[in-house]
Design a protein around this ligand. Structure first.
Ligand SMILES: Cc1cc2nc3c(=O)[nH]c(=O)nc-3n(C[C@H](O)[C@H](O)[C@H](O)COP(=O)(O)OP(=O)(O)OC[C@H]3O[C@@H](n4cnc5c(N)ncnc54)[C@H](O)[C@@H]3O)c2cc1C
Ligand SMILES: NC(=O)c1ccc[n+]([C@@H]2O[C@H](COP(=O)([O-])OP(=O)(O)OC[C@H]3O[C@@H](n4cnc5c(N)ncnc54)[C@H](OP(=O)(O)O)[C@@H]3O)[C@@H](O)[C@H]2O)c1
Length: 402
């Protein structure tokens, strides 16, 4: 059995190779996998950075099914960890006890793998205001804490991570323990698996949008997407992973039709579904709705989709390029254009799946689905809502949104 995390509840990553053949890998005991492929999916001229990763499951014994997700434990950028240690005037060897950690651990280790360096809350502003020696800065922070400054406080926090506080308010003189006590535990990130075990029993494929942005004078990165993209050396760096099993998945009955709506990285599980159904020889039809910014640069897995279509393994492929013309075109517009047929598929028992952005896309697709059912089923809004409710109850309407 592999050793468990040596520091209680923080990053549960032992990295011990142990005896993988008999180990049971899980969220608490992740498998140190290797990434064997890291490839940019967008073409020249794209505004996006979406990457295809292949994770080798080696001798882990890990099993997965189409619809599951992979959990990944990332490490923070060493440049940011070094900067925080320098701004604290520390060496990195100081022992700190983060919130809910049962035992102390060295500051550098806590900042590298245990703690989220992003996401300061109002409490960080309050404590900085109480500690800062510069009267103008104290007044500025106190003004942000006033009840009427809620929006300004939100914006102030949105644009800052912990390192900004240390750099901007040096007279607050945080100790390593004070800082570590304000940070949340670094959580693993989940990624929808983009491959089927019927085709790739020993690999897991992922489709990941790398998060990069600039705020408050600094270039920032998403912890896990940049870890996989920039800091993991192909074939070398151990990447702690676990399989998160899900109820989301293709129909058990291979004769059932599938409608899959997955713009952007939302396409990931549907690549897995189609691989799975083709490998199984499923007789049910596959209808894929995909969209992204520009056809020339953002058509993820274009060759695979055109090949499936040519072979009759994907029966319908409707594409929505939001930035190829003046007015935005989204997947739900393509659904509306094909409403009668979509309704006919549903009435024949098709399952309806959505994956991708939860904040806007999934809500708008849900609204379009209600509208299509009402119009083509001749129902009022209430009856259409009841129809959708029944779809969900029958597990024919499933979502994997984030
Ligand atoms: C079930 C599930 C499946 C998922 N599947 C996939 C998938 O297949 N592919 C995929 O790419 N992702 C997927 N995700 C999302 C993924 O888990 C991560 O949330 C994503 O990769 C970002 O993680 P990160 O660590 O790189 O970024 P983080 O370090 O978590 O940073 C992201 C945060 O940065 C901040 N931020 C981002 N842009 C800006 C900006 N412009 N200005 C200010 N702040 C900003 C926001 O606060 C945002 O929440 C999935 C999520 C779930 C729950
Ligand atoms: N914070 C946010 O508001 C937000 C929104 C979307 C995605 N994200 C995150 O950004 C990362 C990358 O996302 P991604 O590559 O998967 O793709 P994405 O940014 O979600 O975009 C994929 C496609 O969906 C379109 N889209 C935007 N709004 C939509 C809506 N309301 N309905 C339908 N389609 C819509 C986009 O168009 P346009 O971009 O041209 O409008 C684009 O063509 C993910 O981690 C995702 O969670 C964040």
């Amino acid at each position: 059995m592999l050793a468990q995390a040596n520091h209680g509840d923080l990053h549960p990553v032992s990295m011990s190779e142990g005896n993988p053949a008999t180990a049971e890998f899980s969220k608490d005991n992740p498998f140190p996998a290797r990434v064997v492929e890291n490839r940019l999916l967008n073409r020249a001229g794209s505004a996006k950075e979406t990457r295809h990763f292949v994770v080798d499951l080696g001798e882990s014994g890990l099993v997965y099914k189409a619809g599951d997700s992979l959990g990944v434990y990332a490490s923070n950028r060493s440049s940011e960890v070094d900067e925080i240690i320098a701004l604290l005037g520390a060496t990195g060897d100081e022992l700190v006890t983060p919130l809910r950690a049962p035992a102390p651990l060295p500051l550098r280790e806590a900042l590298s793998t245990g703690l989220d360096l992003d996401g300061p809350t109002k409490k960080m502003v309050e404590i900085t205001a109480s500690k800062v020696a510069d009267p103008a800065q104290k007044a500025q922070l106190e003004a942000l804490l006033a009840p009427e400054a809620k929006e300004q406080l939100e914006e102030f926090l949105y644009n800052r991570s912990f390192v900004d506080f240390l750099a901007e308010y040096p007279t607050a003189k945080f100790t390593p323990q004070e800082l570590a006590g304000m940070m949340r535990r670094l959580m693993p990130r989940l990624y929808s698996i983009a491959s089927s075990p019927r085709l790739h029993p020993n690999q897991i494929h992922l489709t990941i949008a790398v998060v990069r942005y600039h705020t408050n004078g600094r270039d920032r990165v998403g912890v896990c997407s940049s870890f996989l993209s920039d800091r993991v050396e192909t074939g070398q760096t151990p990447v702690p992973v676990f399989v998160s099993h899900s109820h989301f998945g293709p129909p058990e009955d291979p004769s059932v039709d599938c409608i899959m709506v997955g713009p952007g990285t939302g396409i990931a599980p549907f690549r897995a579904f189609v691989q799975d159904r083709v490998a199984l020889g499923a007789t049910g039809r596959n209808w894929v709705f995909f969209g992204d910014q520009k056809k020339a640069s953002d058509y993820l897995y274009e060759e695979e989709w055109t090949d499936y279509l040519a072979k009759g393994q994907v029966h319908r492929l409707d594409l929505a390029w939001s930035r190829d013309q003046a007015a935005k075109v989204y997947v739900q517009d393509r659904m509306r254009e094909n409403a009668a047929e979509l309704w006919a598929w549903l009435e024949k028992g098709a399952h309806f799946y959505v994956c991708g952005d939860a904040k806007r896309m999934a809500k708008d697709v849900d609204a379009a689905l209600h509208e299509i059912i009402a119009t083509h089923g001749g129902m009022d809004a209430e009856a259409a809502a009841a129809y959708v409710k029944q779809l969900k109850k029958d597990k024919r309407y499933q979502r994997d949104v984030y």
